[in-house]
Ligand binder design. Sequence first.
Ligand code: SPD
Length: 370
Amino acid sequence: VACGGGPAGGPGAAATEAPAAESPVTEDSDEVQLAPELSVYNWADYIDEQVLADYEERYGVRIIYDTFASNEDLLTKLQAGASGYDVIFPSDYMVVQMIELGLLAEIDVDSMPNFANINEAFKNPPYDPGNAHCTPYQWGMTGISYRRGNPAFADSPPDSWAYLFDPAVMEKYAAEGINVLNDQRELMAAALFYLGYSPNSTDRAELEAARDLILQAKPSWKTFNSEDYYSTLMESDEIVLSHAWSGDAAQAFWNTYDEAEGTGNWLFSVPKEGAVRFADNACIPANSKRQETARHFINYLMEPEVAAAITNFTFYPSPNEAAKEFIDPEILNNPGIYPPPEVAAKLEWLVDVGDAIFIYDEMWTAIKGQ
Ligand code: SPD
């Protein structure tokens, strides 16, 4: 697996080769003439590299693998004209934006036998009717991860977004380090939840209030990081609390697990005001020159053992029903990974906000600029 080089045409592309064309394909995916290479662009730490190596070995396709930190980074890369990516993993609301911009190819799930393995609840999502462009990859929730044993959290877990936004609450631990996700929709959603507004608000006054809340809290935060915060900041004790995606927090839990104590150092909480539920999806950019190979790879990702291997590595729930029997029971029964009904009831999807995205962009520029 070749990691990190970036595809031809994108930043960091100098070392890559020109995309190799596919040979003609047949209807039967077993008879697809696969391209010699496939460029896969995913979130950080979001796949078991063995899954990539197995595909390379089984099918003789070399995978060029690179990662991004947010949906907006992915969109910017595609809009800048990056060509060469063959499989990408945008979230729900970003799928809508990308479809509207004509950035995604159609995938034809009828030609993917493993699509039958997907749980019905994850098929035909509102953001991609009929799964015309994408298949669901993994899902999760966004909350707060905090360091077990810190006196500031002794009496109760951080069960409110106040732990990120209220100076009186934060003063007990801010000096020890707070990280927030470097993700415009996610950070705005956390502020909007705390203020009692919809995480999908399109109201300028509400969005300005969220921006102002973020700006007054920002001096208390140490870092904006959504890419490797769990390994570089949490597991190494550079911080004591982080805005976090559930699987990343679970990785930090297991990577700091102490056998004698029977627990890890990092725990996860879903704030009482509400939190984001997301689904990331395997899709093909419209300008991919290896679309049949990309479809073949996406079908491979939906094999039960493959989907289970991914969840067993990333600690994010799988939408793949047939994978369940291969997923570690400790993961399946972990409420921080598969939320119980009372937690699920607090979760909301981010949806496309239409033209209000320009207000979000304006707020984000102010947030990152000051
Ligand atoms: N380290 C992998 C993180 C993947 C998270 N995707 C979250 C998208 C939320 N909008």
